[in-house]
Design a protein around this ligand. Structure first.
Ligand code: ATP
Length: 896
């Protein structure tokens, strides 16, 4: 069946459907079992076994396996029956791989769930009802409704369309939108781009509206035919992941060199070469931070889940990092800062005589109801845009019924609302010709009028009337009202080819409708939080500047010294001029979507990290240009969602602020985990290196190092990633995106703390070896060093939680860290006290006196770091602000 060269009636008959009734629920079920779900074949999933073996594809693991093989071989040659070392290494490597697979699939699941949450939806007519369903649920024969900004969910034949344009670049490579038309027949052999009576899955509607019948779904669609070429689910690494991988590699090479040196030194000092080889290899494995990128991935994935709970759905992983650095949030007004619960509160005629919804201005409401796409469902609910719905509700209070009006004055043509024109027009059949109604922003509409209505009299527009109409508009806007104007004209003949130029002129102005849309309650606090957190909230809106200012003042966005600008004023500025003054402005009104890109670029030119909201198809470029593009989940179009980094499931400004808080939390948790892992690794290197340099025996054996690496390093690092955002995190300036993760002296702290951990282990070793081993094989010394290293790191993890003293923190706030500590300590004690384990780990039971020494040494990290925090925390706090201010002043200097 080729729907292209069939009439709409034939296509409908073929699928046994009706353009008004749609399919019945039974037909939907039948077609679904026949044609399957409307989705493309999934990318081949990697099996768990393959994933497991992929974990071994790591440089360090390969070295460990070689070490295991060497040790097995040597034991064999020496005719030793004890293959413990290689067995333990294999066990540890396997455990590592299992953990790796578990963590990976957890991260994958989190991202998969998110993908589902942002799956495109489709508006479908079934059994006479209009419903939203996921695109996957569509079946051939379904009648779908499309409008500007929608993704086309399946290949469909147009039934009717109005000014429809579709962007089909994914299929045709042509980036310009193509015009579509229902009432033509096309040769099915023509190229996709020429089949104008069809719309195709994977394209999007860039303008107009349409009704269409689904003909092909899933793999039967045109995109399905080329699906294998384009399905790719590679998720690229985030900048931080890339940077850390690089840092990890550099550190790894450094660690390998040190291990080489330790091996050579050991040989010179006549240590047992085989044990020395194993120690060096284990040290390399313990010291190389091969887990860094993995830890970051897990933390990002956990963060993404947390954000989803807060209704911020991350679509692109790097956004999680960028959020922490955001210092400008540009937000739409309607629905994001305000409740989008519109209510008509004032109607004014052309003399400015106000009335609420009284008989006097009934015709204004009547016309506004006709030029209106909201409708009342069979259950009495109002479906449609809140601005339009508020008019229908006001009209019904005057007994004006939308359905009756539509029957009386049948709509025969329309030019849909678009936020660039800020107008909407409809054409209706009346007795002696046609009635054209235009409604929209009064300041735009008045310019299109040559006459105005006064009572029943129509007079010619003049300058003084023009000014007085604009004044009425401003007076209403000052009350924070969203104001709409209504105008009309009557024509004898239906316009040949109608468009905005031919229709929206020579109109007669009728009056104004004032709609209240109160600010969202939570927006007040969110704005305050932003300001405390060094983030500038900016309102960008299509509404009138006076309305915008009134609401921005209420919310605290516009304060003393802040300025407001209109889209027209912005047009008169060059980009450079805008860059220079942008910081002074907090409100941009009467904007067209393309202005948003200029605003984003202007803030970015000053080094700002900008979040920008958007909902319409024309907002996509600004969403892409912003550092964090935020699309509206409820009112946003599919195109806007597709272009965004983050989708706000509740369209709420406060959600962006929550996401920033989470973003900051994740960034600082990553910093904490990296801090912890690296200081622990350095501690291990120091212990071995110093011991060998000063001629001690090796204080830790290979197996012990591997244990420390697996248990005492990994558990607390992951637990640190689960730390909730710190209390004061929104009272600091944002992290500068220019600064490295290791800025603010992190490196020096890592090294100092590494030295501390290393020396504590050495002291333990020294005490054990000298006082308890009496010069023989230092077994007690090693056991004490092993326990000290292990437990002191578990203790040290608590230091990472904050720059503040741990006495000022709630210990149980991060319960995972407490669990990690308890499990780590119990395992460590078990390894030493249970006989068979002690044999494997080559340790000796410790006396109470030994344990006392170990415990004392293990508490030292808290004491030392607390002292350090006591002397430096105020300074550190101050320097955070200084660094931020400096970068701002440096930028100013650069500018001048
Ligand atoms: P934002 O959501 O970006 O804060 P907005 O939603 O207020 O802005 P638009 O939807 O572009 O901005 O509306 C701009 C102006 O267009 C409004 O002030 C109003 O006068 C007019 N307008 C809005 N909706 C309609 C509509 N459905 N029909 C006619 N005019 C409308």
């Amino acid at each position: 069946m080729n729907p292209e060269n069939k009439t709409v009636r034939d296509v409908l008959a073929y699928y046994g459907t009706d353009s008004e009734y749609g399919l019945s629920n039974k037909q939907v079920e039948e077609n679904r079992s026949r044609f399957g779900r409307n989705k493309l074949k999934d990318h081949k999933k990697v099996s768990i076994i393959v994933k497991f073996f992929m974990q071994f594809n790591d440089f360090m693991i390969v070295i460990l396996l070689i070490a295991a093989a060497v040790s097995f071989f040597i034991s064999y040659l020496k005719n030793e029956v004890d293959f413990l070392d290689p067995i333990i290494i294999l066990a540890i490597v396997t455990m590592n791989a299992v953990l790796g697979v578990l963590q990976e699939s957890k991260a994958e699941k989190a991202l998969e769930a998110l993908k589902k949450m942002s799956a495109p939806m489709a508006k479908v007519i079934r059994a006479s009802n209009i419903k939203m369903v996921t695109a996957e649920e569509l079946v051939p024969g379904d009648i779908i409704l499309l409008e500007s900004g929608d993704f086309v969910p399946a290949d469909a034949r147009l039934i009717s369309s109005s000014n429809l344009k579709a962007e089909e670049s994914a299929l045709t490579g042509e980036s310009l939108p193509v015009e579509k038309e229902a009432d033509i027949l096309i040769n099915p052999n023509s190229a996709i781009g020429d089949r104008k009576n069809m719309v195709y899955s994977s394209s999007s509607v860039s303008a107009g509206k349409a009704k269409a019948i689904v003909c092909f779904t899933g793999m039967e669609t045109e995109v399905g035919k080329i699906a294998d070429m384009i399905i790719s689910d590679e998720s690229p690494q985030t900048p931080l992941q890339k940077k850390l991988e690089q840092t990890g590699k550099t550190l790894g090479i450094g660690a390998l060199l040190i291990c080489g040196i330790i091996f050579v030194l050991g040989i010179f000092k006549h240590m047992e070469p085989f044990e020395m080889f194993m120690t060096s290899v284990s040290l390399a494995v313990a010291a190389i931070p091969e887990g860094l990128p993995a830890i970051v991935t897990i933390m990002l994935a956990i963060g993404v889940q947390r954000m989803a709970r807060e209704k911020a759905i991350i679509r692109k992983l790097p956004a999680v990092e960028t959020l922490g650095s955001a210092n400008v949030i540009c937000s739409d007004k309607t629905g994001t800062l305000t409740q989008n619960k519109m209510k008509v509160v004032e109607i004014a005629d052309t003399n400015g005589k106000l009335s609420s919804t009284s008989e006097k201005n009934k015709t204004i409401l009547e016309y506004a109801s006709l030029c209106n796409d909201s409708s009342i469902s069979a259950f009495g609910d109002i479906i449609g845009d809140p601005t339009e719905s508020s008019i229908i509700i006001a009209a019904s209070s005057l007994e004006l019924d939308k359905k009756e009006l539509d029957l009386k004055f049948a709509r025969v043509g329309e030019i849909p609302f678009d936020s660039k024109r800020k107008l909407m027009s409809t054409i209706h059949k009346i007795n002696d010709g046609f009635l054209i109604i235009t409604k929209g922003a009064p300041d735009v509409l008045i310019k299109k009028c040559t006459e105005y209505l006064e009572g029943d009299r129509v007079s010619a527009m003049n300058l003084s009337k023009y000014n007085s109409l604009n004044k009425i508009n401003s007076q209403m806007a000052e009350k924070a009202l969203r104001v709409l104007g209504v105008a009309y004209k009557k024509v004898k003949n239906f316009p040949d080819k109608y468009n905005e130029d031919t229709i929206e002129n020579n109109l007669t102005y009728m009056g104004f409708i004032g709609i209240i849309d109160p600010p969202r309650e939570e927006a007040y606090d969110a704005v305050k939080t932003c300001k405390k957190a060094g983030i500038k909230p900016v309102m960008v809106t299509g509404d009138h500047i006076i309305t915008a200012k009134a609401i921005a003042e209420k919310l605290g966005i516009l304060e003393d010294g802040d300025k407001a600008m209109t889209g027209d004023e912005l047009n008169n500025l060059s980009q450079e001029e805008l860059n220079n003054i942008i910081e002074e402005y907090s409100v941009f009104a009467r904007l067209a979507p393309e202005h948003k890109v200029r605003i984003v670029k202007a803030f970015q030119s000053r080094g700002d990290i900008v979040a920008m909201t958007g909902d319409g198809v024309n907002d996509a470029p600004a969403l892409k240009a912003a550092d964090i593009g935020c699309a509206m989940g409820i009112n946003g179009t599919d195109v806007a969602k597709g272009a965004a980094d983050m989708v706000l499931a509740d369209d709420n400004f406060a959600t962006i602020v929550c996401a920033v808080k989470e973003g900051r939390g994740i960034y600082s948790n990553i910093r904490k985990a990296v801090h912890f892992l690296l200081s622990s690794n350095i501690g291990e290197i120091i212990t071995i290196l110093v011991a060998i340099l000063i001629g001690f025996d090796t204080p830790l054996l290979a197996i012990q190092l591997l244990w420390v690496n697996l248990v005492t390093d990994s558990l607390p690092a992951i637990a640190l990633g689960l730390e909730p955002p710190e209390k004061g995190i929104m009272q600091r300036k944002p992290f500068s995106s220019q600064k490295s993760l290791f800025a603010d002296g992190l490196w020096s702290r890592i090294i100092c703390e590494g030295l501390m951990v290393g020396f504590l282990a050495l002291i333990a070793f020294g005490i054990g070896a000298v006082y308890y081993d009496f010069g023989s094989v230092p077994e007690i010394g090693r056991t004490m060093a092993f326990s000290t290293l292990s437990i002191s790191q578990l203790v040290h993890a608590f230091n990472m939680r904050s720059d503040k003293s741990i006495l000022r923190l709630n210990l149980f706030e991060n319960i995972y860290l407490v669990y990690a500590f308890i499990i780590g300590v119990i395992l460590q004690v078990l390894v030493i006290t249970i006989e068979p384990l002690a044999v494997i780990f080559k340790v000796k039971p410790l006396s109470l006196e030994n344990w006392f020494t170990v415990v004392l040494l293990c508490l030292m990290p808290i004491v030392i770091v607390e002292l350090e925090k006591f002397f430096t925390s105020d300074e550190k706090e101050a320097s955070k602000f200084k660094i931020f201010d400096k970068s701002k002043s440096e930028l100013k200097k650069m500018k001048s």
